[in-house]
Design a protein around this ligand. Structure first.
Ligand SMILES: Cc1ncc(COP(=O)(O)O)c(C=O)c1O
Length: 368
C-alpha cells in the first residue's frame, strides 16, 4: 500500500472522532428509526427513513474517504448498479457493457433497459481496447472482469469514451478502492458490491455508487430516494464494521492468492489458469499500474464439470458458494450460471486461512 493509502486507512478508522462528544459511542449506533423529530420543514438527510439514516451516514463517510468522492450507499451491489444506470441513461441512448462481466448487469440491461428504448451493446472486456464508442451515452466497464479476470486500460478507455461524449461507469467490485481507483483514472462513477471484500464476512449484501460530479451524484441520490432502494441500518452497521479491517484482510488474501496461483500454475491437473498477478497472465500488464496487486480471485480449469464439482466438494477449506471476497475461501464452477467459460472453469476466491494450511488442502483435493 502507498503512504497515501495508509493515511486514508488511518483516517477511515478514526472518522467519527471529530464529531464525538463526552460519552458518545465510538462505534456508530444502529438507528432503526423510520421517522425523525421534525418540528419544522428542513433539508438534509434525517427527515424520513427513505431520505437518510445516521448509520448509512457512518458507512458512507468511510467509503467517501476510501473513494475520495461523494458516496451513496445501496442495499446490494445490483441496487447500486441499477441506480447508476437509471441515473445516467434515457430512451434512445446506447449503453456499452461487457459481455463477460457479472452476468446480472447484462440481464438487468437486456430485461429492463432495452424495453425502455436503450440500445444495449455487449462486447467482451478484451474488445474494449479497440471498440468504437461513437454514439455511446454510457460506457460501463468491469475490470478485472468477473469471472474471466480480463482487464481494460481504465485511463485510456475513459479518455476515449469521454471524447465520444459518454459517461464512464466502472464496476470496481473485484478490486475495491484500496487496490484500484477508477475515479482517479477518469471514470465518472464507480459502482461496487460491498457484499464482497468490503463487508467481508458473507453476512450482508450492500453496495455503493461513488462519484466526484455533483450532478451525477444528485441523480443517484434521487434515484435511491424515489425508487426506495435503501439499505437497512443494521446492514450499514455490519458493513461499517467490515470496512475497518478491509485492508488487513486484503493483504492476507492477496498475498495468499499470489502464492496459490503460482503453485496452481505448476500443478499438472490445472489448465487455463488466470491470475493477473502472475507474469505471463494476459492481465499482468495492469498490475503495479492501475491495479495495486493481482487481487484475491483466481480462475482455472479442470478437465470437465465432474472433475470441477468433485474438487470443490472434496476440499474442506473451500466453501461451495456463489460469492467472493469473504474470510472463507470460496469456489464455484461458473458455467453453472451460464458464464461464457468452459464447463470445468472454477473461480476461486482466496480467504484469510493461513496459506500453508490452505494450499495442502487444495493440492490434496486436486490430487485425489
Ligand atoms: C462484479 C460484481 N458486481 C456486482 C455484483 C452484485 O452485487 P450484489 O450481489 O451485492 O447485488 C456482483 C455479485 O456477485 C459482482 O460480482
Amino acid at each position: 500500500m502507498t503512504a497515501e493509502t495508509d493515511a486514508r486507512i488511518a483516517r477511515l478508522l478514526h472518522h467519527r472522532k471529530p464529531g464525538l462528544g463526552q460519552g458518545d459511542p465510538i462505534v456508530p449506533p444502529i438507528v432503526p428509526s423510520a421517522t425523525f423529530h421534525l418540528p419544522t420543514v428542513q433539508t438534509g438527510s434525517t427527515i424520513y427513513g427513505r431520505n437518510g439514516n445516521p448509520t448509512w451516514d457512518a458507512v458512507e463517510a468511510q467509503l467517501a474517504i476510501l473513494e475520495d468522492a461523494e458516496v451513496t450507499s445501496f442495499p446490494s451491489g445490483m441496487a447500486a448498479i441499477a441506480a447508476a444506470l437509471f441515473a445516467t441513461l434515457k430512451a434512445g441512448d446506447r449503453l456499452v457493457i461487457p459481455s463477460d462481466g457479472y452476468y446480472v448487469t447484462r440481464v438487468l440491461s437486456d430485461g429492463f433497459l432495452k424495453p425502455l428504448g436503450i440500445d444495449v451493446q455487449a462486447i467482451p472486456t478484451a474488445a474494449y481496447a479497440t471498440a468504437d464508442f461513437t454514439g455511446a451515452a454510457v460506457v460501463y466497464l468491469e475490470t478485472p472482469s468477473n469471472p474471466g479476470l480480463d482487464v481494460v486500460d481504465i485511463k485510456a478507455i475513459a479518455a476515449r469514451a469521454h471524447a465520444a461524449g459518454a459517461v464512464v461507469i466502472a464496476d470496481n467490485t473485484t478490486m475495491t478502492p484500496l487496490l484500484q481507483r477508477p475515479l482517479d483514472l477518469g471514470c465518472d462513477l464507480v459502482v461496487a458490491a460491498d457484499t464482497k471484500a468490503p463487508a467481508g464476512h458473507s453476512d450482508v449484501l450492500f453496495g455503493h455508487v461513488a462519484g466526484r460530479d455533483a450532478g451525477h451524484m444528485a441523480r443517484v441520490r434521487d434515484w435511491r430516494r424515489m425508487s426506495g432502494a435503501i439499505p437497512g441500518p443494521f446492514e450499514a452497521f455490519l458493513v461499517h464494521r467490515g470496512i475497518e479491517t478491509l485492508e488487513v484482510r486484503l493483504e492476507r488474501m492477496c498475498r495468499s492468492a499470489a502464492l496459490v496461483a503460482e503453485r496452481l500454475a505448476a500443478h499438472p491437473s490445472v489448465r487455463g489458469l488466470r491470475y493477473p498477478g502472475l507474469p505471463g497472465d494476459a492481465s499482468h500488464w495492469a498490475v503495479g499500474g492501475q491495479m495495486a496487486n493481482g487481487g484475491f480471485l483466481i480462475g482455472f480449469e479442470l478437465p470437465d464439470a465432474t472433475a470441477a464439482e468433485a474438487f470443490l466438494a472434496r476440499c474442506p477449506l473451500i466453501e461451495q458458494s456463489t460469492s467472493f471476497g469473504g474470510t472463507h475461501s470460496a469456489g464455484e464452477r461458473r458455467a453453472r450460471w451460464g458464464d461464457a467459460v468452459s464447463e470445468g472453469f472454477i473461480r476461486l476466491s482466496v480467504g484469510v486461512e493461513p496459506v500453508e494450511v490452505l494450499w495442502p488442502a487444495i493440492t490434496a483435493a486436486l490430487d485425489r
